[in-house]
Design a protein around this ligand. Sequence first.
Ligand SMILES: Nc1ncnc2c1ncn2[C@@H]1O[C@H](COP(=O)(O)OP(=O)(O)OP(=O)(O)O)[C@@H](O)[C@H]1O
Length: 478
Amino acid sequence: MDMEIDEPTNGTSSSRLAPIEEVKPTPKQIKRIAAHSHVKGLGIDTETNEALPEGAGFVGQIAARTAASIIVDMIRMKSMAGRAVLLAGPPATGKTAIALAMSHELGDGVPFVPLVASEVFSSEVKKTEVLMRSFRRAIGLRVKETKDVYEGEVTELTPVETSESSGLGKTISHLLIGLKTAKGSKQLKLDPSIYDSILKQRVEVGDVIYIEANSGIVKRVGRCDVYASEFDLEADEFVPMPKGDVRKSKDIVQNVSLHDLDLANSRPQGRQGDVTNIVSQLMAPKKTEVTDRLRSEINKVVNEYIESGVAELMPGVLFIDEVHMLDVECFTYLYRALESPMAPVVVFATNRGTTTVRGLDDKAPHGIPPEMLDRLMIIPTMKYNEEDVRKILAHRTEAENVQFDEKAFDLLSRVGSEKSLRYALQLIAPARLCAQTCGREIIDLGDVERCTKLFMDRSESLLKAEEAQKRLTEKNSK
Ligand SMILES: Nc1ncnc2c1ncn2[C@@H]1O[C@H](COP(=O)(O)OP(=O)(O)OP(=O)(O)O)[C@@H](O)[C@H]1O
């Protein structure tokens, strides 16, 4: 549709503006779909506290989901810190999906740190150091402070230049800023360094901001809701005009992790022992190493703040997938770390049965030493029946926005239950491509059959490898 903008009526310009075309969204928008994007939570019935047969994108696995929801409740009640959970079951039985659903249920305030056990082995950083960092990332701290601030809607923003100019041009001597609240207004004269931070946050007249009185830290709260109807579509967050005086005491809550505090305090100029200062330096680049001494200093300060009620500890979740990849040294380290007073909840996952513990000659269930296994709450996950596989595939096809005809979907479901769910999930994208190359949007039986012939599943490839090995030994023995 062609549209024309009316000519300006103020007489400043008489030239007609170019016609503006309405931009229509391209019909086929490519969206990135992650493996678990159909899972939105654990799907628990709020009345019975039991997992629903189907809910929040999850299908079946009722006992495991109910157990996971009890763990989530315990984390919320803070009676879970320092404990560990193991999700154990065959491949593609939803262990990672359950862990992710737990993080959805916990919400943003509680940290959730995912880690694959093989990430621990780096040639540059010690494995215990990687574990320690992840542990501290998973421990949140909610710092509550009452600060003296100037808060209001910006009514004026005038940088004042110096009267005498240096060879390089004029510099800013100070900034005049007007702040208005429902009760009154004030004009402030600010240091030019504060102007930099105002520019960085793109503060404009009409925004609501606050400036900390003793440190000069500026924070843009949002756009004043008086301007809410200015545009049809707004990306900004609208906030009401502050009530009360411009200068007041305000409760400020910030969520940080212990690792954030370690990094912020490892800066050479970081004043140790002052959480407020540490928090304000979070954006600073890392300059020195985080040592054990620095960590224990921070723990000491954090403990003082917790005792005095300024901060609240929020133990989060550290999720370690493929836990059988950890070695005996990592496990020994984990026993100790889990016993420390500041420990998150650790959720392990593995699809291994009895296997060798890395670094030992002994075999153990899930490749986990018995001492560790003893401390774990184990949640088993079970293989799916054909009906569940069908439902999971239906959720995935919806998330990936693909359409199968009935016979094609029947075959895909059969492949999923007879071979493996993952194999069937992986066939969705190539089958869609096969259909598209034939000019169809709906995948038919032929597309799925073609893909099952082109791509082997795990058991078929194992069979082929074994046959090849047999032929080779026969040839060598002749
Ligand atoms: N009960 C379920 N409901 C819905 N989707 C599921 C369910 N179980 C698994 N899935 C989906 O199947 C796929 C494989 O599951 P997931 O990666 O969680 O398995 P896993 O048990 O962690 O496997 P592995 O042991 O190989 O790491 C994912 O896309 C996941 O979202």
